[in-house]
Design a protein around this ligand. Structure first.
Ligand code: HEM
Ligand SMILES: *[C@@H]1O[C@H](CO)[C@@H](O)[C@H](O)[C@H]1NC(C)=O
Ligand SMILES: *[C@@H]1O[C@H](CO)[C@@H](O)[C@H](O)[C@H]1NC(C)=O
Ligand SMILES: *[C@@H]1O[C@H](CO)[C@@H](O)[C@H](O)[C@H]1NC(C)=O
Length: 560
């Protein structure tokens, strides 16, 4: 090649790159323009909207929020603040609107349609169940290649959801209670080691580390009847390590690369590959071999874990033929989904429950009294009793109320669905129609579950409201409690999570006091000055996806 050819080639290359960049930029600006104009058009239709800038959308409002609040607060807190303040920005409102549209493009690619009224939530999750928003697919892809039930296409998703549904039924979850108790007793033992001697407080530690290791052990035990020993293995298992790194990677769905139209950076692809290899090596390779060996029929009758029940169901549907590679891949993808969805949600909820019980000592006393009544006066006997009669867990209505109130105050996650052209949400009463086309429809339990129009004494932690029968003014509206979302695409693991958290309450709360320990925590890390607070609380919700307790909830513990 002579130098003239090289010169021409490099000119052509520069030209091509330049054209690509200009093309990307034009596409970017056009997309932004379209999103911004949608809000203007909503306003023209008389739908109340927050003050909107053609250049910044609603981003300026969020900046205002971040002036008043710490930078790491969870998105749910931002939404509550928006709702509390929206009359300031939309003066002609009589009341909280049932829907608020939020345009923070390009931070989020579509307009976010925030649904703040459970009547409207029911319209897109229960009366009709709209498909999950594409962001769910993007989010899960590194973990599962979108072969899992949440992000697979409609038909595949239905098949696998229905094959796994029976595994998670209340009756079948009750059968794994003895195994769950094994894992929770390890947790209790660790608390005992960290507790001070003779009723004095022990050293400060981060509760969430313990509960996360616990929920890892539980989810593996429940799905595969495998013991991971995460709670007692100081190095941590390769399985957990790989999954945690993968989740951190997945959380980066929103970033500069998305603006440029690049799904993931190349180094992220490499890391993703390595993590999936590690997951396969640590566990899934072995599971795959068992499924393929055709020996699955045997253990099914003995061990009623989540995988085996679903395998039995699959075999029945395929006339006993061993699953093909495609099915094996889908099963493994779903197991990864369960490990992902089942651990940090439940572990954070346990932390929030312990916090609320600390803050409401009367409720803690009532909880303990119920355990004394139903599980015997000697707390040491509770595990044996529950192992022998797992259905006793259904005779603890106050405990059930404590968990439900916890999830009312601290919903950890929520559903995001994709709007459609001819689909509108209707506000009962006013008759206003809210367009959904091109919108990411967010159910907002953090607002709905504290709505004073629906919940009497909404801001009080009152487990007894869950004991109030129909006709009683305290009787909860069932659609207004939606921490697991609702309808056919709600949380498949709801029963497992509820059982796990109730077991923790039943086995732990009578033997220990748990208290937040910020002073010790600050002095241990030699932090100077006042720590961040939200509404006066050091322990506030953080995180990009699931709402985690700040700093992993520093606590100390003492035996009672
Ligand atoms: C307190 C604990 C939990 C909370 C608050 C919670 C919450 C939720 C929510 C709000 C959804 C709907 C998400 C969406 O529509 O995009 C969901 C879905 C899901 N959850 Fe949970 N979850 C919890 C525990 C669990 C556990 C223990 C598992 C174990 C398997 C699990 C597995 C799943 C799965 C597989 C889905 C997707 C279902 C589908 O796409 O059809 N979750 N969860
Ligand atoms: C929503 O409101 C309408 C009209 O008031 C009512 O008929 C309907 O039962 C409500 N639906 C739910 C799920 O609350
Ligand atoms: C529980 O699991 C069995 C298989 O062991 C299954 O046949 C049954 O349908 C499941 N129960 C429910 C209520 O789904
Ligand atoms: C539990 O989890 C934390 C991090 O989440 C880890 O540092 C710790 O080593 C784990 N294992 C034990 C036995 O505490």
């Amino acid at each position: 090649m002579d130098s003239a050819t090289i010169g021409r080639a490099s000119k052509a290359l520069v030209y091509a790159v330049g054209m690509f960049a200009i093309g990307a930029f034009v596409r970017f600006v056009y997309r932004g323009y379209k999103v911004r104009m949608r809000i203007q058009s909503l306003r023209a239709q008389g739908i109340p909207t927050l003050p909107h800038s053609l250049i910044f959308g609603h981003i300026l409002i969020l900046l205002k929020f971040h002036k008043e609040y710490p930078g790491d607060v969870h998105f749910g807190i931002i939404l509550s603040w928006l709702v509390d303040n929206c009359k300031k920005w939309i003066p002609d409102l009589d009341d909280t609107p049932p829907v608020l549209y939020l345009d923070i493009w390009p931070i989020f690619p579509d307009i976010m349609m925030m649904v703040l009224d459970c009547n409207l939530s029911a319209q897109f999750t229960q009366i009709r169940s709209l498909p999950k928003h594409p962001i769910t697919r993007t989010f899960l892809e590194p973990l599962t290649d979108n072969l899992d039930m949440t992000s697979a296409d409609g038909a595949q998703s239905k098949v696998w959801r229905s094959r796994f549904n029976p595994s998670f039924s209340p009756r079948n979850i009750t059968r794994v209670i003895p195994e769950l108790i094994d894992e929770i007793l390890v947790f209790k033992e660790l608390l005992g080691e960290l507790a001070g001697s003779e009723e004095s407080w022990g050293e400060v530690f981060q509760m969430e580390e313990l509960t996360t290791n616990l929920t890892f052990d539980v989810i593996l035990r429940a799905t595969l009847d495998e013991r991971l020993h995460e709670q007692t293995n100081p190095g941590g298992s390769p399985l957990k390590r790989a999954l945690i790194i993968q989740i951190q990677l997945m959380s980066k769905v929103i970033g500069i690369n998305r603006i440029l139209g690049i799904k993931r950076w190349p180094w992220e692809m490499w890391s993703r590959h390595r993590n999936n290899q590690a997951l396969r090596y640590a566990l899934l390779g072995r599971v795959e071999a068992v499924i393929k060996s055709g020996l699955v029929a045997e253990p099914i009758t003995e061990k009623q874990n989540i995988l085996n029940i679903a395998l039995a169901r699959t075999l029945k549907e395929t006339g006993g033929r061993a699953p093909d590679q495609q099915s094996v891949d889908a099963i493994l993808a779903n197991l990864k989904l369960f490990l992902f969805a089942g651990h940090d949600t439940t572990s954070s909820t346990i932390c929030w429950m312990l916090k609320l019980l600390q803050d409401n000592p009367d409720c803690l006393s009532q909880l303990r009294a119920e355990h004394d009544r139903i599980l015997g006066a000697d707390p040491k006997q509770a595990a044996r009793l529950l192992r022998e009669s797992p259905q006793l867990l259904n005779s603890l209505p106050y405990t059930n109320g404590v968990v439900k109130e916890t999830l009312r105050f601290y919903p950890l996650a929520s559903t995001v669905r994709q709007g459609e052209r001819d689909f509108f949400l209707h506000a009962p009463g006013t008759g206003t129609r809210y367009p959904t086309e091109g919108m990411a429809i967010h159910d907002v339990p953090s607002v709905i579950q504290l709505d004073p129009r629906v919940w009497p004494r909404a801001t009080e932690f009152l487990p007894e409201r869950w004991l109030a029968g129909p006709g009683n003014p305290m009787h909860p509206n069932k659609d207004a409690w939606r921490p697991f979302s609702m309808g056919p695409r709600n949380c498949i693991g709801m029963e497992l999570a509820m059982v796990e958290i109730k077991l923790v309450a039943a086995l732990v709360c009578r033997e220990f006091d748990v208290g937040e320990a910020w002073e010790e925590w600050d002095s241990k890390r030699s932090v100077k000055g006042q720590g961040n607070t939200v509404d006066g609380e050091r322990l506030y919700g953080c995180g990009q996806t699931v709402q985690h307790p700040k700093d992993g909830m520093p606590v100390h513990v003492r035996r009672r």
